[in-house]
Design a binder for this molecule. Structure first.
Ligand code: ADE
Length: 230
């Protein structure tokens, strides 16, 4: 998979994509990620990327020119099917099933907004998939892009050392994950549940399923309702 992140802060995104699992996935050739600055596609000598809104009002609006030019440039340099993603609080709410869908694409072109918003013709002309990471307003799309890219990359085959590890985790089966323990067996009087020390894999598996179900029932009953409807 290839991911191009288009942003006013490529160095912020690049730093995040250079650590941990994403870094490893890039080195292993699982994903190619590149961050591009809209400013490199500005059309005037001030390298403007935003301007005052027509009709008045506060703030600045991202201009069409640099955004269209940046998208068209990365797409022309990497022919093939592209999936354009625009991070915006007005988009579809991001979740694990959207992460899985995006992980099945070949080239994601991720557009981060900044300032007070976009010129509407960016949506109309580029028809991106609009995604929100939650009902709150960030000062820019970068943090949202990092969330989306992280959730997608870790699903790509070969991104995690252990291939089975994404099937078991929270949300993979529409449930929260069971509790985990490691050494020591007793910490400040808190004991590891006996069953996990029993060596009986069947009992361990059963306990984990019960715990996952109970935890989901207590914390996220909405997930169980959704599971029942699917
Ligand atoms: N940009 C600003 N707020 C956002 C949000 N909640 N999700 C995605 N992009 C955003």
């Amino acid at each position: 998979m290839r991911i191009d992140v288009l942003t006013l802060f490529p160095e912020v995104c690049e730093a995040f994509f250079s650590a941990s699992i994403i870094k490893r996935a890039r080195s292993a050739g699982v994903v190619e990620i590149s961050c591009t600055n809209f400013r490199d596609f500005a059309e005037d000598r001030h390298r403007s990327v935003d301007d005052k809104p027509f009709g008045g009002g506060p703030g600045m609006v991202m201009m069409c020119g640099p955004v269209f030019a940046a998208v068209e440039d990365v797409e022309a340099r990497h022919p093939g099917p592209h999936t354009r993603v625009l991070l915006t609080p007005q988009g579809q709410r991001f979740d694990q099933s959207i992460a899985r869908e995006l992980a099945g694409q070949t080239h994601l072109v991720v557009i981060c907004g900044h300032y007070e918003g976009f010129d509407e013709r960016i949506r109309l002309g580029l028809t991106p998939r609009e995604i929100s990471i939650g009902d709150y307003v960030l000062s820019g799309g970068e943090a949202a892009a990092m969330v989306v890219v992280d959730a997608v990359v870790r699903l790509l085959p070969g991104a995690l050392g252990d291939e089975a590890s994404t099937d078991q985790e929270s949300f993979a089966q529409g449930m929260l994950e069971y509790p985990q323990y490691t050494r020591p067996q007793v910490f400040r009087g808190m004991r590891v549940p006996e069953v996990l020390l029993s060596g009986d894999h069947k009992r361990v598996e059963q306990w984990r399923q019960e715990q996952a179900l109970e935890r989901t029932r207590q914390r996220r009953p909405d997930l169980l309702k959704r599971r029942a409807q699917e």
